[in-house]
Write a protein that binds this ligand. Sequence first.
Ligand code: FRU
Length: 502
Amino acid sequence: MVISRLSSQPALPLDEPFRPQFHFTPPEKWVNDPNGMVYYGGEYHLFYQYYPDDTVWGPMHWGHAVSLDLVNWQHLPIALYPDDLGYIFSGSAVIDWHNTAGFGKDAMVAIYTYHDPDNSHQSQAVAYSTDKGRTWTKYEGNPVIPTPPNIRNFRDPKVMWYDAGNDNGHWVMSLAAGSAILFYTSPNLVDWEASGSFGFGYGSTSGVWETPDLFELPVGGSDQSRWVLTVGVGNGAPAGGSGTQYFVGTFDGQTFTSENPKGTVLWADYGADFYAAQSWSDAPAGRRLWLAWMNNWQYARDIPTSTWRGAMTIPREVGLVQTDEGVRLIQTAVSELTQLRTTHHTWQNLTLTPNTPFAPDVRGETLEIVAEIEVPVTANKVGIRVRVGGGEETAVGYAPKSNTLFVDRSRSGQGDFHGQFATIHTAQFEPADGLLRLHMFVDKSSVEVFVNGGLVTFTDQIFPREESVGIELFVEGETAVFVPNFEVYGLKTARFFMHTSD
Ligand code: FRU
């Protein structure tokens, strides 16, 4: 049983500088995209782009871990190794409930990209496991979609079961190709037929499109639903470098159609470090849960960590809401994270005086903060500074005169390892009724901010000194600010159990 395994093995010490305490990191070496995310038999599987020989990108493998609760993780042996067909690039996994592929009852099937390092050709392939993802067999007929003659970037298959009703259905693959997403359908996960495409000028095309995801969600407070297509954009995201955009529309089992004009660009996150987001297949209770690589291709190989490089964001629950501008994505931290809370301090009905920060006697490298702040239109800037100390701070807040939310990491700590790191990230936003609601997760080397129910999020790495642990509520300008509610939780370290041979 996994439960006893989770508790009988040693947890990683996580004592290096900057080592996240509740964000997933590999035991050592380089990680990028989350891959193969599927829930099966009580376990959330997280595979990931992994290079086990160095702390920079190299020949890609799929690393592997499982969790029962999205918070504590069990590391497992590498699932997929490179072979004669190439490196194992990003992809997805599904449970083949109806044994359509004939690999066995409830087979876990991974669909991934082969990248041939000799000629950069990319093709799609399949591997399967009949022991809960512990051991894998590559399909002998690989590749299942060969390299097309004229497409250079052709990768990152995300597969889902499309339920067509009346016991009918088929598999659908979304695949990134240049600045488009191609769709394929299959009865059995190995025979694939092109069924449509989307993109070609829609949304942001400032970088190569990668790592798509496709799912249907109810629109909160209505009886409607929409399909969401999410896409990694390799460059030109709002905070610079790589970022994640999304489209809202319909999917008819063959192809996706956006309900917005070509020029509409929607971003899933406005920080610099939210890339290659992927959601879990078959998550229980109808939840759509995802996480992303908490890094940016601009400087990923330069971040100042030691034995490992790269982390995942916290898992988030994704939803849709109707706004005045249209249907939009919202993200909230999964409720499972509340198990990490330790101390709890609250303040009600504070009045913040201009230019005199409120600095509570609560400090920490790992914190969860909940705040409701009334934002007068006449204030210059209002918000919360975290990881404050010795001239360092990371400021999260709102500038009402320009309707701008911001995360300012220009003085957050180490930042000179790359010219594009020490920057300010912004998003245009008007809080309903002038009430700014911030939900923040602070870890040893990151801040994640969920604004007003997750309508806007920021995910940003920071590399402060260990001693920079202060918090300040602040308002700049002439106007006092009313803070109805301010809460700070201490967070304990999640457990990341090492793999020892069984
Ligand atoms: C996205 C990406 C994918 C590719 C993988 C390679 O970050 O470039 O498109 O499959 O990383 O590691």
